[in-house]
Design a protein around this ligand. Structure first.
Ligand SMILES: *[C@@H]1O[C@H](CO)[C@@H](O)[C@H](O)[C@H]1NC(C)=O
Ligand SMILES: *[C@@H]1O[C@H](CO)[C@@H](O)[C@H](O)[C@H]1NC(C)=O
Ligand SMILES: *[C@@H]1O[C@H](CO)[C@@H](O)[C@H](O)[C@H]1NC(C)=O
Ligand SMILES: *[C@@H]1O[C@H](CO)[C@@H](O)[C@H](O)[C@H]1NC(C)=O
Ligand SMILES: *[C@@H]1O[C@H](CO)[C@@H](O)[C@H](O)[C@H]1NC(C)=O
Length: 790
């Protein structure tokens, strides 16, 4: 092998290894397929090889073939109940080596062909059409079998033999309608199971003699016991029960779907009383007849718990005192009567061993156990769904129940009014369920002292009084589905650690809650109509700080209800700025901003001489506007200079070093009377000549100028009416301030101009000079016709 070949070989091996690992990994994944209720007539063919669970129950499948199951090597659980299969060859599963659970109940199976299926743990052939028990000798190898469902119309002891050595957990034996023609009472003798459930034929009176006591079962359930026509009072069935007395293994008995008389039921009870049975349960009972005064022998019993569920009475007008008397004096720990239309219960005559009573779903009223002092050991008591009305009576009922810890009076019509008097609960009560009643705020003055768990959900409570006393031990409070508007404080509820207060009317919960309730482990306040306004911010903040897991349902159950624009928004996502919410802060902010603005303005005014700038800007804009109003072309034709400048000799230094360099630089032509002097004319004539050829006249004003030069112009101006046409052509630069008194009183025009402040002030500060010049240039800037200078 060359080196290259070896490398390729190596690569291929690695690739195959990876592939194999991948296949193994995908094997591990479960594949559950539900094709129930599809009207299928065959097992579907399009199933994945990896299918481990297949449910094809409630279809119309009539046949199972090897080809149906061949392609399902990983199948573990197969449910084909409620189909129409008549015949089964168990060898169809020979390739389903991992099959553990096979449910073929409720088919039409009559016959099976055998094949070992050693891995089966659950095999259900119940509710089929077998005559004899479908037990093959191959079943003897199913050592893992935990559940076996069978059905038959005949039982034979011998047919059980193949599985007699197995230790099956539960056997369900359904007897077909034809059962009972030829009975072998001993037929269950070889059945080795922990738990046995026998379903007798539905439509038949119980005339069977099957000895159920011979089985090894510890737990026995018998369904469909009908003995209404039997004048001997259900004698066959009672006979079956009586045999249980010799079976000391049996500890639990359940009877299901019984149709008989009151008398027979009491007889059954009496028989069970003297067996080894500890738990006896009767459910779905249809009773008729009356109960005459019977003596009940309570002695010598193993019974601990009796449950009676769902009792329908044909006639409920008879005197029930006898039944209540028998029930109430039973010497057992647990007693349940539910869904039995029970109207009353008597107080036990002697101290009763009842520990747990459950009378839920009956018609009991407030009078139950009134003034009853013999239930001294009772620990838990349920009166859920009855006809209880006044809480004060219930409190009174518990008064003598010295051991009562848990009471459930939920789903009644309980109410309490303080005028009804004081509630004298037993002090032992720790947990009280009063949910779904008609209780209002007043219930808080009718609570047991040491109660730790209080369920008041779905009542009519609007407020938890702040001064509620005696609830120092309360740990769990459920007040969901009430009309509370506020979260309670924990001031008087010092131990509260669980609070359920969802579905109330809390719109503005106070954040103070979290400070007050330090021990809170869990709070659920969701589904309240939260008002998403400023007041809620602190609460949301606090809820966010609380460690996760404490606030149940956060954040999904906490939504804004108001205002409309926020409706449906999660509280978590509700944000408003602190500024909008804090009025004081708002006022302070506005104040501070205003102040800052004022200070800035002042600083600007003082340091930068803002008014000066403003004036300059103002003049600039005015110049612009004026310039627009003058017919330009006309001006352009007659004018030769942009401006004429007049100044005092004293100021000539400033004019030459500052003014001229700064305005002449942008192609602006200036007429100076001494520079553009026309010989032969007087100074005044020369000045006037200059003025007429210039667009603007600039006068550099200073005290010197006013004193010595102004006189040159007054006359001319007056003559040409220049002042009245508007001083548009006049630009006054105030080089130095001129005290008012220094202006001679005859210079009216100067005085007016000064008063109107229509002059440009020469700023002393250097940084203002640029703007000054710009402004000045703007006011004299105009496009002039090119002319040769004269
Ligand atoms: C099942 O099949 C039978 C006979 O083919 C037919 O009469 C019946 O309607 C089918 N039932 C369902 C639920 O499809
Ligand atoms: C199989 O499907 C039926 C009908 O849909 C359903 O009642 C049953 O619970 C399913 N069984 C299992 C084990 O999923
Ligand atoms: C119980 O067993 C004893 C003796 O083993 C027998 O005498 C008695 O008749 C049996 N009782 C019943 C009800 O089978
Ligand atoms: C009695 O009832 C209580 C409370 O329901 C339960 O915890 C207990 O297991 C029952 N005891 C018996 C013997 O059934
Ligand atoms: C109170 O009873 C109701 C049913 O009526 C039940 O849903 C609830 O869980 C019970 N409360 C407690 C604290 O057990």
């Amino acid at each position: 092998m060359t080196e290259t070949n070896f490398t390729i070989f190596h690569f291929v091996i690695t690739f195959m290894l990876i592939l194999e690992i991948k296949i193994q990994l995908s094997d591990g994944s479960e594949s559950v397929v539900d094709r129930s209720k599809r009207g299928l007539i065959h097992v579907p063919k399009d199933l994945s090889l990896k299918t481990t669970v297949l449910n094809i129950s409630h279809n119309n499948i009539s046949e199972l073939r090897t080809s149906d199951t061949l392609s399902l090597p990983k199948l573990k659980i197969l449910i084909i109940s409620h189909n129409r299969i008549q015949y089964l060859d168990i060898s169809v599963f020979k390739f389903n080596e991992e099959l553990e659970y096979l449910d073929l109940s409720n088919n039409k199976l009559k016959k099976i062909s055998c094949h070992p299926a050693v891995n089966l743990k659950h095999l259900d052939f119940s509710f089929n059409a077998f005559d004899a028990l479908p037990i093959c000798k191959e079943f003897g190898t199913m050592s893992q079998l935990e559940f076996l469902g069978l059905s038959a119309t005949q039982l034979q002891k011998s047919s059980m033999l193949p599985i007699a050595h197995l230790h099956i957990n539960k056997v369900l034996l359904v007897l077909g309608d034809l059962y009972g023609e030829k009975e072998d009472p001993e037929s269950l003798q070889e059945l080795n199971t922990e738990s046995l459930h026998i379903v007798f034929p539905t439509r038949k009176e119980f005339h069977f003699m099957l000895d159920v006591s011979v089985s090894t079962a510890v737990s026995l359930e018998l369904s469909n016991i009908k003995c209404v026509l039997d004048d001997n009072g259900c004698s066959y069935f009672l006979n079956v029960l009586s045999k249980l007395q010799n079976n000391s293994r049996l500890s639990s008995l359940t009877l299901n779907n019984i149709e008989t008389t009151w008398h027979s039921v009491v007889m059954m009870l009496q028989l069970v009383w003297h067996t080894s049975i500890e738990y006896f349960s009767i459910s779905n009972v249809k009773l008729q007849g009356e109960l005459t005064d019977t003596n009940f022998d309570y002695s010598d019993t193993s019974l601990k718990a009796l449950s009676i569920h769902q009792v329908a009475n044909d006639a409920f007008t008879f005197e029930q005192g006898n039944i209540y008397r028998i029930f109430s004096n039973m010497n057992i720990q647990n007693f349940t009567v539910s869904g039995a239309h029970m109207l009353h219960m008597l107080c036990p005559l002697q101290n009763s061993p009842f520990l747990h009573l459950d009378f839920s779903n009956n018609l009991l009223t407030d009078t139950v156990f009134n003034n009853c002092g013999t239930l001294v050991r009772l620990e838990t008591f349920s009166l859920q769904v009855n006809q209880l009305k006044k809480l004060v009576n219930i409190a009174h009922m518990t008064k003598e129940m010295k051991s009562l810890q848990q009471l459930d009076v939920s789903q009644n019509s309980l109410s309490y009014d303080e005028s009804e008097g004081y509630c004298s609960w037993t002090i032992s009560l720790l947990s009280l369920n009063m949910s779904s009643n008609r209780l209002t705020d007043s219930v808080f003055s009718c609570l047991p002292f040491r109660v730790r768990v209080l369920d008041l959900h779905n009542n009519r409570i609007m407020r938890i009084p702040e001064d509620v006393t005696g609830l120092e031990d309360l740990q769990e409070l459920n007040v969901a589905f009430n009309s509370l508007a506020h979260l309670p404080g924990c001031g008087t509820l010092g131990s509260l650690s669980v609070l359920i207060i969802d579905y109330n009317s809390i719109s503005n919960p106070s954040a103070h809650f979290f400070e007050s309730c330090q021990k809170m482990r869990s709070i659920n306040a969701g589904h309240n109509p939260f008002q998403c306004t400023c007041e809620l911010r602190e609460f949301i903040q606090r809820i966010g700080q609380v460690s996760s897991g404490v606030v149940e349902g956060w954040p999904d159950s906490y939504k804004c209800d108001y205002p409309e624009s926020y409706k449906g928004t999660l509280l978590k996502d509700f944000h408003v700025s602190p500024l909008t919410c804090n009025t004081a802060l708002l006022i302070v902010t506005i104040g501070v901003t205003g102040l800052a603005l004022a200070v800035t303005l002042t600083v600007l005014c003082i340091c930068l001489d803002l008014p000066w700038y403003l004036r300059m800007v103002c003049q600039w804009t005015q110049t612009r506007r004026r310039a627009r109003n003058i017919p330009l072309d006309k001006l352009q034709r007659t004018l030769q200079f942009h401006a004429f400048i007049s100044y005092s000799e004293h100021d000539s230094a400033w004019v030459k070093s500052e003014l001229l360099p700064n305005i002449e630089k942008e192609d602006i032509r200036i007429c100076l009377h001494e520079r553009n002097f026309v010989p032969g004319k007087s100074i005044v004539e020369n000045i006037i000549n200059c003025i007429e050829k210039s667009y603007k006249s600039i006068f550099v004003l200073s005290p010197n100028f006013v004193q010595s030069e102004w006189c040159h112009y007054e006359l001319y101006f007056a003559h040409h009416n220049l002042f009245h046409e508007g001083s548009g052509n006049l630009i006054l630069i105030l080089l130095e301030p001129i005290p008012k008194y220094s202006i001679p009183s005859s210079y009216h025009k100067l005085k007016t101009l000064m008063a109107q402040r229509t002059y440009l002030e020469w700023p002393k500060e250097k940084n203002k000079h640029a703007l000054f010049w710009a402004n000045l240039r703007a006011s004299i800037c105009i496009k002039l016709m090119e002319r040769s200078e004269e």
